[in-house]
Design a protein around this ligand. Structure first.
Ligand SMILES: Cc1cc2nc3c(=O)[nH]c(=O)nc-3n(C[C@H](O)[C@H](O)[C@H](O)COP(=O)(O)OP(=O)(O)OC[C@H]3O[C@@H](n4cnc5c(N)ncnc54)[C@H](O)[C@@H]3O)c2cc1C
Length: 387
């Protein structure tokens, strides 16, 4: 149950997501984590139920749903299987721009396939040594402008979720500027056949193990028509990027919390007392609940305000990302403590959530960088006089 007022349509999406989460994602989550298996059949279930085009324009086969609906769905999926939720989130994030301002070619060739889920998409942005990954503003590897497109020479991406499995990439790179000017950041929507690519190492992460977040190398030629917004139309999709990360980490906290409550309700201490009757233990669980609801309230309110055009800036979404990655780390840590040796020995399911939650501290925008950005928005640097 959520305290936030939801429309009938939002409740409908949430209930459908919960059904898939319970019936398809949850039963396979532990094995997906253990084996690092890519969650193919979980994504197929989401595709078959129409989730892959949740946000895409209905004119191109999507559902045109808002950010609150999107975050409700991602949270529900992450409660059951954070790895699947992350792959799904990367798909939505990566097709946001091409769904909103496609060129004619993209509207015909890309958007309907991405919205129907015939093609799975992801983000190839982060590069080693970037200090903050894809969205932190550092210049990416450069491409060369040639007739009809751009030449790509051995561009190495450090982490690409769904590496080697995705059919399409939101691909970030840069074009060297004229002397004395900054490189221009370029964004493309590619099909995998557009470039040569290799997956450079198997994915064996601490958490988020079922999503092939491997390093990749790309080369070849990108046709001009893959460039997103060639007319320079500004598309601010940072709230979508950050809000969906926040929903993933909130889901991790909420999924772990539900399991923790079940455990505490049924477990007995060595002295015979039921754990839930021990006030200090009940208080720790209550504190987890308060922290989850606090973060959830912030995220849902920020999403609703965004959907209603009541704010356009990134600050609320940096705040959501920070609040939710913190609550994911906090609740899973509490569960590991209250689960005792059984949790530590992996006999209880908390350690999987605990490891998955650690991803929130380093990605998509690292926790520390999101905090820095909030500070910069509170205390903007004075503009330098250019004269
Ligand atoms: C499971 C997983 C999946 C991922 N999937 C994708 C994907 O699909 N596509 C993609 O493009 N990327 C992906 N990434 C990459 C992710 O976005 C980056 O890991 C993240 O943005 C952090 O960048 P980094 O790893 O280079 O960390 P670094 O930049 O090396 O930072 C390490 C730490 O240094 C500190 N730090 C860094 N910069 C600063 C600073 N300026 N000021 C203060 N402290 C700082 C922070 O504590 C930070 O956590 C994925 C990562 C993971 C873990």
């Amino acid at each position: 149950m959520t305290y936030f007022p939801l429309s009938e349509a939002q409740r409908g999406w949430l209930e459908r997501a919960e059904t898939i989460a319970i019936e398809v994602l949850a039963p396979a989550a532990a094995e997906t984590d253990r084996s690092t298996m890519f969650p193919r059949h979980q994504l197929d279930a989401l595709r078959d139920a129409g989730f892959m085009g949740l946000r895409a324009d209905p004119a191109h086969g999507g559902h045109g749903e808002g950010l609150l609906t999107t975050c409700l769905v991602i949270e529900a999926l992450a409660k059951a299987c954070p790895s699947t939720a992350l792959v799904y989130k990367m798909h939505l994030e990566s097709i946001e721009m091409v769904s909103r301002v496609p060129t004619l070619v993209q509207a015909e060739q890309f958007v309907p396939r991405l919205a129907s889920g015939e093609w799975l998409s992801t983000v190839a942005g982060s590069e080693a040594g970037h200090q903050g990954g894809a969205w932190a503003g550092a210049a990416k590897s450069t491409v060369e402008k040639v007739d009809g497109g751009y030449r790509v020479t051995d561009i190495q991406k450090s982490f690409v979720t769904a590496a080697g499995v995705a059919d399409s990439y939101f691909f970030m790179c840069s074009l060297p500027g004229e002397e004395g000017t900054r490189p221009r950041q370029l964004m493309f929507q590619l099909h995998t056949d557009d470039l040569t690519w290799s997956v450079d190492a198997p994915w064996d992460g601490l958490g988020m193990r079922g999503n092939n977040s491997s390093p990749m190398t790309f080369g070849g030629f990108i046709p001009d028509d893959r460039l997103l917004n060639p007319d320079g139309e500004r598309v601010d999709f940072f709230p979508v990027v950050l809000g969906t990360y926040a929903a993933t980490y909130l889901g991790i906290a909420a999924g772990c919390y539900d399991l923790l409550c079940g455990h505490i309700a049924g477990a007995t201490l060595a002295d015979g007392r039921r754990m839930g009757e021990v006030e200090t233990i009940a208080a720790r669980v209550a504190n987890c609940k308060v922290e989850i609801e606090r973060s959830r309230a912030l995220l849902y309110a920020a999403c609703a305000a965004f959907d209603e055009d009541r704010h356009g800036g990134p600050q609320p979404f940096y705040e959501c990302k920070v609040a939710c990655d913190q609550v994911g780390a906090f609740v899973t840590q509490e569960a590991m403590t209250l689960g005792g040796g059984a949790a530590f020995a992996k006999l209880l399911p908390f350690e999987r959530y605990f490891r998955d939650a650690r991803a929130g501290m380093v990605m998509g925008l690292a926790h520390d960088i999101a905090i820095l950005n909030i500070g910069r928005l509170i205390f903007p640097r004075p503009k330098r006089d250019k004269t």
